[in-house]
Design a protein around this ligand. Sequence first.
Ligand code: SF4
Length: 236
Amino acid sequence: MEKIYGNVNSIETMGLVDGPGIRFVVFMQGCELRCLYCHNPETWNKNLKVIKITPNNLIKKILRFKNYFGKDGGVTFSGGEPLLQPKFLIECLKLCKQNDINTVIDTAGVGLGNYDEILKYTDLVILDIKATKEEDYKKITGKNMEQFNKFLSAVQKNNTKLWLRQVIVPNINDTEENVINLKNYAKNIKNVENIELLPYKTLGVHKYKELNIPYRLDGIKDMSAQKIKELSKLLK
Ligand code: SF4
């Protein structure tokens, strides 16, 4: 049988922001999008070997933390983009479910297919919605919405629970109109448990210098927490 390896950028053993409860978070390497505000450009290159690991070895590590997960916690596959390594992801999700561990995928929804199989073993999808309109999506990510739409359809077909997230950036999408569009867009999606607006932060800018990649949002400041609070009220 073909040996499956995952290409993992890093691991966080006790994450608190990537899903419910205390979570073991696997940040997978590789992303096809090029979001203007990405603070993890080091995860973009899918061929960069960071941590090469088999699903069996990963689950062994995860099981060491199982006692901390409690009734809500579990494992989150994040990135980069976890959907770009479907074989590895499916094996890991299966092993988690065999060991009675809650599974979350934190994704922008742009992968390589096999979504029905992935979602069979996924308890919750945290979906990063970059924009609801094609032209805005293209401006922010550099790609069209085709793949994202495919993944969202699969999530709907499989009745998977969903949390929606959107990063709000000053002068780009920090308008009431954008948030109302997001709210209306979400109304047509089943199983949405919550929608969260995340403030743009400049914390990853230094990485662009180190990687010699031009930063396209130079001069844009961190999104104000107060404004996020006000815009979030529109989602109620
Ligand atoms: S989807 Fe995530 S990892 Fe990929 S470019 Fe966008 S923000 Fe970065």
